[in-house]
Design a protein around this ligand. Structure first.
Ligand code: HAM
Length: 403
């Protein structure tokens, strides 16, 4: 978990503004939920790996609670109380989530996710829209060199069925999920140690290769006619909105979360090694909370990772005005000037009476300040202030009533 000191916080805030603007421009509206959920709600369809990462505790009444590990589950829960809400629902979030992950580079235990959820549509246009918002978000954040790797869990399941390996689905998913991180030998070893015959494990490794998204429909048609037809449409829509640059089809993308049922994808930015985002379709999740089957999909971006990938670390926010007075006599004047400037929208700090002019000057250079206002005895008598523009290195006087 990390502290966000002001320059880092303003960098985060900048990300929040940029990403929110993208989501809002597609008609998504912001949602927030409690960080605490019933453990049972969180654990319903997370999958064992994620369940192990849930911050779990009992409250004073002995209830089993946990901190949310993502926003998809809280959104699904919240929507189960609003079944009459007109569909599709377009929501987005920029907020903290928690995972008891092994802390390392790019892996925090408390981190921010920006994401969207599009609930109530099974259309390939919904998929094209979500991928389009993802692409726009990454571009707007400064990662125009994104790569989004797309797959479909149904395609992997069909392949396993054809190879007679459906019984090994879990271990094969786990192995494929490591394909981008581990060498071939180790990925194959994950499968063989789970009981998959070696020749078949190698076959799966080789069959799950990457290809241009344009080839996905043909490839999928060979596994399943209707899946191929669905992707032919998706690719057509996505091409119209994004030109398909940056999108790839990659059969090794399966994702760690258990709730996915169809399309899944992961996003990368430039040279940055870890995924900056991920998402997919989870058509069975809402039913777990509401009893009503509702198709849905979305994505989330790891904000810290994206900031790291685009090199956004600090945004300095200098003070507009620092008012220096030599003694209490000028304090009413300083207070009046400060009030005037603040109400005009500027940030203003008044000297606390503990620094010499030289010390105050050194201080404001360090904290970053645009203007220094000095009100001395002479200025007081003449009803003016002395203004030093620290950027232009100019000094001039101005009557107080003209400020
Ligand atoms: P996820 O892939 O688990 O998906 O997380 C999304 C993104 O959060 C990741 O791509 C990564 O950038 C970031 N992330 C994950 N774990 C950490 C960590 N420990 N520290 C820093 N960043 C991290 C989800 O959470 C799904 N809810 C996405 C989704 C939305 N699917 C459908 N709708």
């Amino acid at each position: 978990m990390r502290d966000w000191l002001p320059p880092q916080f303003y960098a985060l805030k900048h990300m929040e503004d940029v990403l929110s603007r993208v989501a809002e421009s597609f008609g998504y509206r912001r949602v927030e939920t409690p960080v605490v959920e019933h453990f049972e709600v969180l654990a319903k369809k997370a999958g064992q790996e994620v369940i192990n990462e849930i911050y779990y505790f009992k409250d004073k009444a002995g209830r089993d609670l946990g901190l949310r590990f993502d926003m998809t589950v809280p959104v699904a829960r919240a929507l189960s109380y609003s079944l009459d809400m007109p569909r599709p629902v377009r929501w987005y979030y920029f907020t903290k989530v928690f995972r008891y992950d092994e802390p390392q580079h790019g892996r925090y235990r408390e981190f921010y996710q920006f994401g969207i959820e599009l609930v109530g549509s099974a259309s390939p246009r919904a998929e094209a829209e979500v991928l389009h918002v993802l692409a726009e978000s990454l571009s707007a954040a400064g990662a125009a060199d994104y790569v989004v790797k797309i797959n479909d869990r149904r395609a992997v399941d069909k392949m396993l069925e054809a190879l007679g390996l459906s019984a090994y689905r879990d271990v094969i998913y786990r192995a494929l999920d490591k394909k981008l991180k581990l060498p071939r030998e180790e990925v194959v070893a994950v499968m063989t140690s789970g009981g998959v015959p070696r020749d078949k494990a190698e076959k799966i490794y080789d069959m799950t290769s990457e290809m241009p998204l344009q080839e996905a429909a043909d490839h999928l048609t060979r596994l399943d006619q209707s899946l191929g037809a669905h992707y032919a449409k998706l690719v057509k829509y996505l091409d119209a909105s994004t030109g398909l640059g940056g999108f790839r089809f990659d059969m090794s993308i399966v994702r760690g979360l258990d709730y996915y049922t169809g399309i899944v994808f992961e996003a990368f930015a430039g040279e940055y090694k870890l995924a900056v985002g991920g998402g997919g379709r989870y058509d069975d999740l809402l039913e777990l909370y509401s009893g009503v089957k509702t198709p849905a999909l979305g994505f989330a971006i790891g904000v810290e990772r994206l900031m790291e990938a685009v090199g956004l670390h600090n945004v300095e926010k200098p003070l507009d005005y620092y008012i220096y007075i030599f003694d209490d006599e000028a304090y009413p004047q300083a207070a009046a000037v400060a009030k005037k400037l603040r109400s005009a929208g500027f940030s203003v700090a008044v000297e606390l009476g503990e620094k010499s002019l030289k010390e105050a000057f050194e201080y404001i250079l360090k904290i970053g300040t645009r203007y220094l206002i000095i009100i001395g005895k002479k200025e007081l008598e003449r009803g003016v202030v002395k203004i030093r523009d620290l950027q232009k290195r100019e000094e001039y006087e101005k009557p107080i009533n003209e400020l």
